[in-house]
Design a binder for this molecule. Structure first.
Ligand SMILES: Cc1cc2nc3c(=O)[nH]c(=O)nc-3n(C[C@H](O)[C@H](O)[C@H](O)COP(=O)(O)OP(=O)(O)OC[C@H]3O[C@@H](n4cnc5c(N)ncnc54)[C@H](O)[C@@H]3O)c2cc1C
Length: 637
């Protein structure tokens, strides 16, 4: 299959306008004849469902949680980017585009990123109109702060609860349409399979998580907004229910998976503190606006931070990157923290932490100002660690946070399966090899509020879509296969818990496919994953039955998918013989230990085709062309 990204011709700044004009339209009277299935109710799914229903389509909305407003997006803390230039600092659509392409280490599509930057300003207007309570300056304008990889303040925020407030906006818009009868809500449902009829996405099979019933739902198109797969590492900042299953099962039905090894390790998380911990907590990147990152100059210095004099501290980000200082992008900040901890300069009980210190900011601005900006984050830190960050520097360490890889989509956000659209973190789209802070919310909402409503119309207006119902053989076959898989999981009756397998998989991934990767390590990891997967199907214990609420069964299905998907991640990482963004192969680094790209051989998107559980996937390459931002070695000095 030849990958076609369907990027419109013409000058960069005119592509989206031109494309919108050229896309075929569905007339207002005909929209109600189409049913669109939207899986996921985070910022991508919520905004898509609301916008499609507002246009007049019949929407069916699905999520795992008991309410759409509990999607993982609710956790987003720091903010959302837009190129409004309210600060008069010289920001522009072009600068946001440039920063994002550079931040992603030149592994994203220029046309997509430019469109994202263009739409960013509309998103803020839309959310303000919905009543999202963004922070404001004294004069009434919306306030902005800085995030990594940018030298301007373009991040809009609602204290440390930006995701929650944006999600409440999308949820309100959804509920307005639910009340109007154009959205039917299906909470507590898990999509188990994608149903294809004549090669097109025409429905899904779901499990009702309360009573265990399998259900079949038909539609004219399916929109996956099912989030990222960071939980393949077991420990991550993601919500416990975040998973790869919907995307991976679509992958098995023909949707190519792009750049699965591109994972983001966030530099500022509360360090791991115990073997049985199941969740990691993010301390928002916004804290790096005022907090200073440091370690003791000497390895093995175990004095409490207050006893280490200024001259014996290494503010290593400020020293190495004077232009960006503590606000270098996440991949750079994370790698530096690891490097210093590897040198024995890490702090805390485990030596796997660095300090994030607010002493200077408090002295300069006063405690009240810092409390106003970050109060809820400080409170969260204090509750978890029992330390007072106003008096003692926070201890932080990198943790898995976001996945830039995802299902491959073209400029219309359509996957390689006709009629299957993929939005938000679930697609590979706009972030290349490293996502800049505050740009996931921007992308999810751009996809849902502004891009899909046009592009899906273009598909529906031209596709041949004869009526199908849930008694079609394809639906019956997929539902029977889903039921058989549930029974197989329950029948193993082994001795190890699902979490035990998941934890071991997470260790393998963190060790060999995490912040630093080596070829021998990746090869070893592949064998370890295959062996663990083999043992899982012989020795996993899933208590209970499939006929009612059974969270072990839910997790077992997701971990079974992670055990297959993890192998794809290491295959992708092994294939990419360069370092770029979050993918750091130790064999490819500059003299200063920065990621060293190989543009001659790897300036492409790697899109993998599924061929079977034990069969090697087939690689398809989408070349990336840079006509507007010259390919250069990234520098934040
Ligand atoms: C702690 C934290 C803080 C963050 N802060 C920021 C920030 O400040 N700024 C920023 O830009 N980004 C931030 N991010 C990233 C950002 O929050 C996410 O990338 C984004 O919210 C993902 O949105 P989404 O709509 O794609 O997916 P999600 O919000 O993850 O939603 C996924 C949806 O899919 C549903 N689902 C999943 N699988 C299935 C299935 N099989 N069947 C049915 N439904 C399914 C879920 O129920 C849910 O409704 C943060 C992330 C974390 C973890």
């Amino acid at each position: 299959m030849q990958l076609n990204a369907n990027i419109p011709d013409g000058p960069l700044a005119q592509k989206w306008d031109r494309h919108r004009f050229e896309l075929k339209l569905v007339s207002p009277a005909n929209k109600r004849k189409y049913t669109i299935i939207v899986v996921g109710t985070g910022l991508a799914g919520g905004s898509a469902a609301a916008s499609l229903a507002e246009l007049g389509y019949a929407v069916k909305s699905f999520c795992i949680q008991d309410s759409p407003r509990r999607a993982h997006s609710i956790a987003a803390q720091g903010g959302i980017n837009a190129a409004k230039n309210y600060q008069n600092e010289g920001d522009s659509i072009w600068r946001l585009f440039y920063d994002t392409v550079k931040g992603g280490d030149f592994r994203s599509r220029e046309a997509n990123v430019y469109r994202l930057a263009q739409i960013s300003n509309d998103i803020i207007d839309q959310c303000v109109a919905q009543g999202v309570p963004f922070a404001r300056e004294y004069g009434g304008l919306l306030a902005n702060r800085s995030f990594g990889g940018a030298q301007v303040s373009r991040t809009f925020y609602a204290r440390g609860q930006t995701g929650q407030q944006l999600l409440l906006g999308a949820y309100s818009a959804m509920m307005r349409q639910a009340a109007a009868g154009r959205i039917t809500l299906f909470p507590r449902r898990e999509m188990l399979d994608l149903v294809l009829v004549d090669g097109k996405a025409r429905g899904i099979v779901t499990r009702n998580l309360i009573n265990g019933e399998l259900e079949r739902h038909a539609g004219d198109a399916v929109v996956l907004c099912t989030g990222g797969y960071g939980n393949v590492f077991f420990l991550s900042t993601n919500a416990m229910a975040s998973n790869v299953s919907a995307a991976f099962r679509a992958h098995k039905k023909g949707a190519f998976f792009a750049n699965p090894c591109f994972t983001q390790i966030h530099p500022t998380c509360i360090p791991v503190h115990g073997t049985y911990q199941s969740k990691l907590t993010l301390m928002s990147e916004s804290l790096r606006n005022d907090g200073r990152v440091w370690v003791p100059r000497e390895a093995g210095d175990s004095r409490p931070p207050q006893q280490i004099p200024e001259a014996e501290r290494d503010y290593y980000l400020e020293r190495k990157y004077p232009s960006f200082g503590n606000l270098v992008p996440r991949d750079v900040a994370s790698r530096n923290a690891k490097e210093l901890c590897d040198q024995g300069k890490g702090v805390g009980e485990t030596g796997r932490a660095v300090y994030l210190d607010f002493k200077d900011a408090i002295q300069r601005d006063g405690r009240a100002v810092i409390e106003k900006k970050y109060g809820n984050l400080f409170q969260m830190y204090a509750k978890i660690t029992a330390e007072n960050p106003y008096e003692t520097p926070m201890m932080i360490y990198p943790a898995v946070h976001y996945t830039m890889g995802g299902l491959w989509v073209d400029y219309n956000l359509m996957s390689t399966v006709p009629g299957l659209f993929v939005l938000g973190e679930a697609n590979f789209s706009d972030h290349g090899a490293n996502r800049l802070g505050a740009s996931a919310l921007m992308q999810g909402l751009a996809d849902g509020y502004y891009i899909l409503p046009y592009s899906i119309g273009g598909y529906l207006a031209t596709a041949d879509l004869p009526a199908v119902d849930i008694d079609h053989a394809a639906f019956k076959g997929d539902a029977a296969a889903a039921q058989a898989k549930i029974e197989k999981l329950l029948a193993v009756r082994g001795r190890r818990t699902v979490d035990d397998f998941h934890r071991e998989l997470g260790h393998i991934m963190w060790e060999h496919c995490g912040m630093a990767r080596t070829n021998p390590g990746l090869e070893k990891a592949r064998h370890m994953i295959q062996n663990l997967r083999g043992e899982f199907w012989e020795n996993v214990r899933v208590p209970g039955t499939g006929a009612d609420l059974n969270q072990s069964l839910e997790r077992a299905g997701r971990v079974a998918d992670f055990l297959e998907f993890a192998e794809l991640m290491v295959i992708d990482a092994r294939d990419r013989q360069e370092s770029c963004g979050g993918h750091f192969n130790e064999a490819y680094q500059t003299e200063e230990n920065e990621a060293l790209r190989d543009d001659a051989h790897y300036c492409h998107v790697s899109a993998w085709e599924y061929t079977g559980v034990e069969a090697p996937p087939v690689l398809h390459k989408e070349p990336l062309v840079f006509e507007n931002v010259p390919l250069t070695q990234r520098s934040y000095k």
